[in-house]
Design a protein. Structure first.
Length: 283
């Protein structure tokens, strides 16, 4: 453990019309690097506690805003748009290239939350994540068959609303609908199509088989309404990943989001997983 305060720099990526901040926090000396990718509608600043915990464990860290979220500009609109393919095949490779150049090394850990975990899993299947350990937290496949009964009906209804609202407004009004924030139209139509068709949009571009140096880890949080265990298992199947269900780490709020208020139990599991895989241990 270290009490060192990291030095912070911000690099900007360009994804279409979006200027996307990538915040990098560097410790002194040689340390492994962890890159964090956020959940839908959650700005990077909300992950400060997670980044601090990683730094205390001896990691350089980096976090990239989702395009159009947080400090990324402009807001999504009819003329500022992107989808799942852009995240998997452009956003993630750009972020990896930027941290590689800045730190002179590959990330040891890629940690994605919700859509961050979905897209990292898809990027791993596409062979884009290198030798890093890939971990998803509170991330699941979109296939509606991962839910049962009334919950499945509500998920399908959300997909229909995503399609209809983005056609009307040119973006997804997440704040008004109490799901995410102001989100890109194509992204949310891809999201809805994944629910209805049982297939992520980028899956059509993925190789038939997967050969990864490290098996990814997929953490499902108990009572998570957005990423139940069946959905997490379905996502993990894309990369032959391991699935572990864990208790909620915070006593209140939606477990899908509230774990970032107390990330230590998650990081304990991640570090044990990396140790077992023989990954370099932070000093």
């Amino acid at each position: 453990m270290t009490n060192e305060t990291p030095s912070t720099t911000v690099h900007h990526l360009q994804l279409g019309k979006f200027r996307v901040p990538l915040t990098m926090r560097r410790l002194g000396g040689e340390h492994p690097l962890a890159l964090v990718l956020p959940a839908l509608g959650v700005p990077a600043i909300k992950y400060t506690r997670l980044l601090d915990s990683l730094a205390a464990r001896g990691y350089h860290t980096a976090i990239c805003e989702l395009p159009g979220t947080g400090e990324s500009q402009p807001q999504p609109s009819r003329t500022a748009d992107y989808g799942y393919n852009d995240l998997v095949f452009t956003w993630i490779p750009q972020a990896l290239a930027a941290v590689r150049e800045a730190f002179g090394r590959e990330p040891a850990l890629l940690l994605g939350h919700s859509i961050g975990g979905q897209t990292l899993t898809l990027a791993a299947r596409a062979g884009l994540t290198g030798d890093a350990q890939v971990v998803s937290v509170a991330a699941g496949h979109l296939d509606s068959r991962s839910w049962r009964g009334v919950k499945r009906i509500s998920v399908v209804g959300a997909a229909v609303i995503a399609h209809a609202s983005t056609r009307i407004f040119g973006y997804f009004p997440g704040k008004q609908l109490q799901f995410g924030g102001r989100e890109a139209a194509t992204l949310m139509r891809d999201w809805g199509s994944g629910i209805l068709r049982g297939r992520f949009t980028p899956e059509g571009r993925l190789p038939k088989t997967v050969e990864l140096l490290h098996k990814p880890l997929h953490l499902c949080i108990e009572r998570d309404p957005f990423a139940p265990l069946n959905a997490t298992r379905r996502l993990a199947e894309l990369v032959d990943g391991a699935v572990r269900q864990i208790p909620a780490t915070y006593s209140s709020g939606n477990p899908h989001l509230s774990w970032i208020k107390n990330p230590e139990p998650v990081l304990d599991i991640v570090q044990s997983w990396m140790d077992a895989a023989g990954a370099p241990r932070p000093d």
